[in-house]
Design a protein around this ligand. Structure first.
Ligand code: GLY
Ligand code: MN
Ligand code: MN
Length: 430
């Protein structure tokens, strides 16, 4: 998409937000809304702060994920008013603002004060943000019904948001290619991380979440958080779950690469990839997201049998007796947007058979979701099954061998369209 078209979508986005926020304020009886960007807290007993990433509603308007101590005032029928914290400071640099249309759609003032701006009192004011930064701020803090309504404004993405998510995918896909190449060249987890950051041009601290880079058995820890600086003697598998932010918007992509010669593991990766493609094809308006999750369990049951890991139990029994949950313990995915696990996914609690499912809604046009089936050898979940009454149905030798490959996850970012879906990750060649 040409830059001019992209930027004109940004102007439309701000207009749509103004309408959506005005409706939410009116419905809940507020005359204005002050949004805090937030600020990084200091580490206890230290003079260093935690890495900062801004509050969702502030990013929704500005995309400025790294801007602290700033405030945005929204009033019906008035231009949004933005106070950006830009102190005179010889220790730190101020953020250079990109030259983008959202600034023309707002009145931007620069402030050297970290506190909330002083404003004339006019009607009922709601203030939202991290309560730690709101102590002395006048107005009603974080009223829950309004927050829920504002979360809802993030569910159906504008064309601009979808364009941002597509760009976040394009950049992350480059990173995933570089990561795979680094693994196949014998790189350690740390070197794979460097290759990913180099190719995406984004420091890990700025990414929407800490990249998960697991080689061999580390791939079986769902949110593996360390990086070995030495590659193992026999690299067998790589699982990398990593995204980037683009103008505040996140990608969240996972790929699993078998090392050359890992034929059994490669066949499982291929089987899971075929299942993942079928699940992505299910995404469409009117579809219950939980139905995609349940379909995943059926598909994993079939894959376990086809790969010879289990025999003598039919697919239904594998699901009903919790065997598939031991291999695939997490949910099939979540909303994606300004936050990697974007808000408002659960109007109802997760169903009993899917306790970790973060999204329980019926899909509608404009929603953006991840589809991320996995199949792991996690000893704490699997060993009780292997050592229990169903144990005789498993090929223990094959499973023991696969422990050294850890697990598989394949994750794409998918937009619900009027009549189906757009897979942003595959579109970008991922
Ligand atoms: N990267 C975390 C997740 O996939 O949900
Ligand atoms: Mn992920
Ligand atoms: Mn995800």
């Amino acid at each position: 998409m040409p830059e001019t078209e992209f930027l004109s979508l940004q102007t439309d986005h701000i207009q749509i937000l103004q309408q959506r926020y005005e409706q939410a304020l009116k419905a809940h009886g507020y005359d204005s809304l002050l949004i805090s960007s937030g600020a990084a807290p200091m580490r206890y007993g230290d003079d260093q702060s935690w890495q900062f990433q801004g509050y969702g509603p502030f990013l929704h308007w500005t995309g400025l994920a790294g801007q602290e101590h700033s405030w945005l005032l929204i009033r019906p029928g008035r231009t949004p008013l933005l106070w950006l914290y830009q102190p005179v400071d010889f220790w730190h640099a101020n953020l250079e603002l990109p030259d983008e249309p959202w600034q023309q759609a707002m009145e931007v003032r620069f402030s050297d004060s970290r506190g909330a701006p002083s404003m004339e009192k006019s009607g009922k004011l709601a203030v939202i943000g991290d309560p730690a930064g709101l102590a002395d701020v006048l107005g009603e803090h974080n009223p829950a019904p309004l927050l829920a309504a504002l979360d809802e404004t993030r569910v159906h993405k504008t064309a601009y948001e979808i364009a941002c998510l597509a760009r976040a995918n394009e950049i992350a896909v480059r990173g995933h290619r570089a990561a795979r190449d680094a693994f196949l060249a014998g790189g350690s987890e740390f070197e794979i991380s460097l290759a990913y950051q180099q190719a995406t041009g984004q420091r890990e601290a700025e990414a929407p979440y800490h990249s998960i880079i697991g080689v061999n058995e580390h791939a079986g820890t769902l949110h593996y958080q360390y990086y070995d600086t030495q590659a193992p003697e026999r690299p067998r598998s790589l699982l990398i779950d990593a995204g980037v932010r683009f103008r505040g918007y996140c990608s969240d992509i996972t790929r699993t690469t078998p090392a050359p010669g890992e034929r059994r593991f490669a066949a499982l990766v291929q089987g899971l990839e075929q299942l993942q493609n079928r699940l992505c094809e299910m995404v469409a308006p009117g579809v219950e997201y939980a139905a995609i999750h349940r379909k995943t369990h059926q598909g994993i049951a079939a894959l376990l049998s086809a790969a010879g890991l289990v025999s003598g139990l039919d697919d239904e029994a594998l699901v009903e007796q919790g065997v598939t949950r031991a291999f695939f313990p997490h949910g099939i995915g979540h909303f994606l947007g300004i936050q990697v696990h974007d808000v408002a996914g659960k109007l109802e609690p997760s169903p009993a058979d899917a306790p970790f499912l973060r999204l329980t809604r019926t899909l509608e046009e404009g929603m953006v979701v991840t589809i991320e089936p996995g199949l792991y050898i996690i000893s704490s979940l699997l060993d009780p099954v292997l050592n229990g009454p169903l144990g005789k149905h498993f090929d223990h030798e094959v499973i023991d061998d696969l422990r050294g490959c850890g697990g598989i996850r394949i994750e794409d970012n998918v937009v619900v369209t009027a009549d189906g879906a757009r897979n942003l990750t595959r579109e970008m060649g991922g």
